[in-house]
Design a protein around this ligand. Structure first.
Ligand code: PGA
Length: 236
């Protein structure tokens, strides 16, 4: 048995997007007269796309200060966020060490690679292009391309359908419990990295099959497993 498809989450897995998401959110809040919020608070809401993040942040702010409700009409806030994120997406994004080499090493060994993210597709495309990762991927699925988002397995199944892979020969790599759930629900290997967001919790609590300390370790593991013709033993 050999791995044929490896799917990667984007935010917190391939690319550090915390700074630019924070900037887009704070530029939006400023337009409504709300003070800047900390990056740690904002990144705690990463995981289900920019619009969802903003709605969760608004709920948090209104709980603390209900009077803000009059100043923060959600539709208007989301419309402004779209504009600001369009302007910042990719500008401050930093690919994690070895991201491009890892994708290229996998592809060079005949493994197909995808990016499956809950980030809105247009923003994901901007980030991947700015980080020079777009040309190393066989397929990209953003969070608004299908009716279901992660942790629903539909996105990963769609990736496998398009790339011609079977779930038992695939892995999805992510930084969040959402990614682990997605992979398990699709019947693929659930692999995790420890440097992402996951709402501030350790990804180990989500019980991934395997945890990697670096992106190049993933390519090394897959290539070794494929050379041996089988899966290497997993953590759980
Ligand atoms: O943009 C988000 O909130 C989440 O995106 P991700 O699925 O790539 O982590």
């Amino acid at each position: 048995m050999r791995y044929s498809v490896i799917s990667f989450d984007l935010d917190g897995t391939l690319v550090d997007t915390a700074a630019e998401i924070t900037e887009a959110v704070n530029r939006t809040l400023a337009e409504f007269g709300v003070p800047r919020q900390d990056e740690a608070l904002i990144t705690g809401f990463i995981g289900h796309g920019a619009r969802h993040l903003m709605l969760r942040l608004l709920a948090h702010l209104l709980l603390q200060e209900p009077a803000l409700a009059d100043r923060l009409p959600p539709d208007a806030v989301l419309q402004r966020l779209d504009r600001h994120y369009q302007a910042t997406a990719g500008r401050l994004a930093q690919p994690y060490a070895g991201a491009r080499d890892t994708l290229q090493a996998l592809r060079g060994a005949g493994v197909r690679v995808a990016c499956l993210t809950n980030k809105e597709h247009r923003f994901a495309t901007l980030v991947l292009r700015a980080c020079r990762l777009d040309d190393c991927l066989d397929y990209v699925v953003g969070g608004d391309l299908l009716p279901q988002k992660k942790p629903d397995p539909a996105g990963l199944r769609h990736v496998l359908g398009v790339l011609g892979g079977q779930a038992h020969r695939a892995a999805h790599v992510g930084d969040a419990a959402t990614d682990v759930e997605t992979a398990r629900a699709a019947g693929a290997q659930a692999w995790a990295v420890p440097w992402g967001y996951n709402g501030g919790e350790s990804i180990l609590l989500a019980r991934p099959h395997r945890l990697f300390d670096s992106l190049p370790d993933i390519a090394e593991h897959v290539l070794a497993a494929n050379r041996a013709g089988g899966f290497a033993p997993a953590m759980a």
